[in-house]
Design a protein around this ligand. Structure first.
Ligand SMILES: Nc1nc2c(ncn2[C@@H]2O[C@H](COP(=O)(O)OP(=O)(O)OP(=O)(O)O)[C@@H](O)[C@H]2O)c(=O)[nH]1
Ligand SMILES: [Mg+2]
Length: 250
């Protein structure tokens, strides 16, 4: 079971217009400070925030109750002029949790009116969350023949393929920066990650490593996924044949 909380800036479009045309730098600074604060507040509660198009944030929020969400909303309301709407959903797979959150907002299923919280909350921390941390093997060598902009183009095309492939497995892919991606994964996604790695190898000549971690909260799962990825690197750097996928459990 995955619980997902989607935070979106309320009436952002009309508000941006109030800043006039010379606004882009202000918006970028606002979005960066908003992300910083949201990541701080949720990670303190063992959640992790995935940045989505800068004005929307996906939080894997297993274990977080409605009261926890209200407390975070109160802090954000004190810190920022803009307001955020939270839509919460939970389901067996990450993609379905996203659909439930979407449905909760669309049908105006109110959880808390004063703080704009919609959807369906579970709040239990007894379900397992799985994260896959994917990273390009030896991106550094590609930098020798490709300029920074060309590298970015390669990475965004990879993101596009990964997002499509894993959405078909009811999973959500996020770009974390550099050559790093995280997939909030269903069992089906975990089973098919080797197939994805092979496909990208054949189509694009890009080699990927994937660390997998599971836990009762997403920070634990992410920690183990990154530890698995680092273990693949250690095996490789010791001269032994490395696995492309490794799953460590707590
Ligand atoms: N978000 C995130 N970014 C990272 C992490 N580790 C490294 N990076 C970023 O990824 C970029 C590429 O670094 P690496 O992946 O270590 O470089 P590489 O040459 O591909 O080396 P290997 O992955 O070990 O094969 C770095 O410039 C960092 O910006 C991480 O754990 N999370
Ligand atoms: Mg890498």
């Amino acid at each position: 079971m995955i619980q997902l909380s989607i935070l979106k800036i309320t009436e952002y479009g009309p508000w941006t217009l109030t800043l006039g045309s010379d606004r882009e730098h202000e918006l970028q600074m606002l979005q960066a400070s908003l992300y910083r604060e949201i990541q701080k507040l949720f990670s303190e509660k063992n959640c992790l925030v995935f940045l989505n198009r800068a004005d929307e944030f996906f939080v894997v929020s297993n274990g977080l109750t409605l009261d926890d969400h209200i407390a975070i909303q109160k802090t954000l309301e004190q810190l920022f002029d803009i307001r955020l709407t939270i839509s919460i959903g939970f389901a067996k797979s990450p993609f379905e949790a996203n659909l439930k959150a979407y449905e909760g907002k669309k049908t105006q299923t109110i959880l808390n009116q004063e703080h704009s919280i919609f959807g369906f909350v579970n709040g239990e921390s007894t379900s397992n969350v799985s994260i896959m941390h994917l990273d390009v093997d030896d991106l550094t060598s590609k930098r020798k023949t490709n300029s920074p902009y060309e590298i970015s183009s390669i990475i965004f095309e990879l993101h596009s393929k990964m997002s499509k492939f894993f959405m078909e497995k009811n999973s959500l892919t996020f770009f974390m920066g550099g050559d790093n991606f995280m997939v909030v994964a269903s069992d089906d996604a975990k089973k098919s990650v080797q197939q994805f790695i092979d496909m990208i190898k054949n189509e694009d000549g890009i080699f990927l490593n994937c660390g997998i971690g599971s836990g009762f909260n997403v920070r634990e799962a992410v920690k183990l996924a990154t530890k698995s990825l680092d273990t693949i690197r250690e095996i490789r750097d010791s001269g032994k044949e490395k696995p492309e996928v490794l799953e460590l459990s707590c």
